[in-house]
Ligand binder design. Structure first.
Ligand SMILES: Nc1ncnc2c1ncn2[C@@H]1O[C@H](COP(=O)(O)OP(=O)(O)O)[C@@H](O)[C@H]1O
Ligand SMILES: [Mg+2]
Length: 401
């Protein structure tokens, strides 16, 4: 109830805001956008090229046409397993070879050429190749430095109901947009965690080795927890300033490391985590994990006006809360870095009522975000008119409308 006046005031404000004509410039943000996408043997696409400008992208077409596959391709321009979290081999077109894609991403620093795909020489081990401007990267973390990519898909409808891992990954992707090094830190932390697990399994008695790994885990672990905690708070504040007709979310990271960060300086929290890991070796050897660290934290979200945990809200409310979080994040990123992320919204527009859809479109245009929107009905995107680029997707063929 407390939040009701704030959100209705924001709704009034949003409704009163005329759609900006040249928003990115007016807002002072420098847009980031995919301007070319080349796919080969990517799911239903044997070969496809799409040329784009900086505007939002509306993809309309029947079920099974290949819309989500296009969004999945864009999601591979971020570190990780893409928006379906598929195994790399699953993405290979059935009957085709190893998938590959090339994209041009416009950034404030100029165009960047990104190539990625499944390594055909992987010999049973799945490995994703990543090239930026022709240079091969070790790992994928470097992608986070090119563009922030954030998505909402129907697969995330159960994000609040399922494991904490999904929520951590969701927040981590948002953090990449503020601190591209976060991706590398999370990858290194997870690697070190596996190394320590291996030492414990092998009953290693090498104290120096444990000490070294645990010191690294503590340093990276506290940095990861601090970044997540800071962003969760900042998104909560950004959302409090107005999410239009969407319900206001309250975000909090929960976990031991987060608690310590609330009570002591980061260096002391690091020392605390290091000591906890050293003291927990025996127990961790039994359980086969690590009892303490940001890999055990969770993102808790509440519906402010109802004062209710997100997981107890209706499916529709949960979707609306997620969208409110994503929009607050985009706004925050545009303000903090002057660069909004690319936003992938799969089957989102159809589930919104008119007021919410109008607010979503206004916000996308006002922030100068290249949002990729999908739906079965082209009429959904009619209000965007020339402010967006419209495509029809049928049987894996993409044509401008
Ligand atoms: N590895 C693959 N090889 C060939 N086709 C695939 C592969 N994976 C998925 N598909 C097909 O791609 C089609 C389009 O999927 P999708 O992009 O999800 O459609 P939609 O337009 O409804 O979002 C589906 O018919 C699916 O069977
Ligand atoms: Mg789809």
């Amino acid at each position: 109830m407390i939040a009701a006046p704030a959100s209705s005031a924001a709704a009034t404000r949003a409704a009163a805001t005329p759609p900006a004509a040249n928003p990115a410039v007016a807002d002072g943000t420098a847009p980031v956008a995919v301007t070319r996408l080349d796919l080969s043997d990517f799911r239903c696409y044997r070969q496809a090229r799409i040329d784009l400008d900086m505007r939002p992208v509306a993809l309309a077409g029947p079920n099974g046409a290949g819309k989500t596959n296009l969004l999945e391709a864009v999601s591979f321009l971020a570190p990780g397993r893409g928006l379906r979290r598929a195994r790399l081999g699953e993405v290979d077109r059935i009957g085709g070879g190893a998938w590959a894609m090339a994209a041009t991403i416009q950034t404030p620093a100029g165009p960047v050429a990104v190539g990625t795909g499944r390594d055909p020489e992987g010999e049973g081990r799945e490995r994703r190749i990543v090239r930026i401007d022709g240079q091969s990267l070790r790992g994928q973390a470097g992608l986070a430095g090119v563009a922030g990519i954030v998505w909402l898909t129907p697969l995330m409808d159960r994000l609040f109901l399922e494991s904490a891992g999904g929520r951590r990954r969701f927040l981590d992707r948002l953090v990449y947009g503020f601190d591209p090094d976060h991706a590398g830190r999370v990858a290194a932390y997870e690697h070190a965690l596996r190394e320590r697990g291996r030492l414990l399994r092998e009953r290693s008695a090498d104290r120096a080795w444990f000490d070294g790994i645990e010191e690294q885990l503590a340093g990276q672990g506290v940095a990861i927890a601090a970044a997540r905690r800071e962003l969760a708070t900042a998104i909560g504040h950004a959302a409090a300033e107005g999410v239009g007709p969407f319900p206001r979310p309250v975000l909090a990271m929960t976990g031991a490391v987060e608690d310590w960060l609330g009570e002591m300086p980061a260096l002391a929290a690091e020392e605390r985590m290091r000591a906890a890991l050293a003291a927990g070796r025996r127990g961790d050897a039994e359980s086969g994990g690590a009892a303490v660290g940001p890999h055990r934290s969770d993102l808790r979200v509440r519906h402010a006006a109802k004062d209710m945990p997100a997981e107890q809200c209706s499916t529709g409310e949960q979707k609306a809360l997620l969208l409110a979080i994503v929009l607050a994040d985009v706004r925050l990123q545009a303000a903090a870095r002057g660069v909004p992320p690319i936003l992938l919204l799969d089957e989102v527009a159809a589930h919104l009522d008119g007021e919410r859809r109008t607010h979503l479109y206004d916000e996308i245009l006002a922030l100068g975000v290249q949002a990729w929107l999908t739906g079965t009905d082209a009429d959904l995107f009619a209000p965007l008119a020339d402010a967006a680029q419209h495509f029809r997707v049928v049987d894996a063929i993409v044509t401008p409308r």
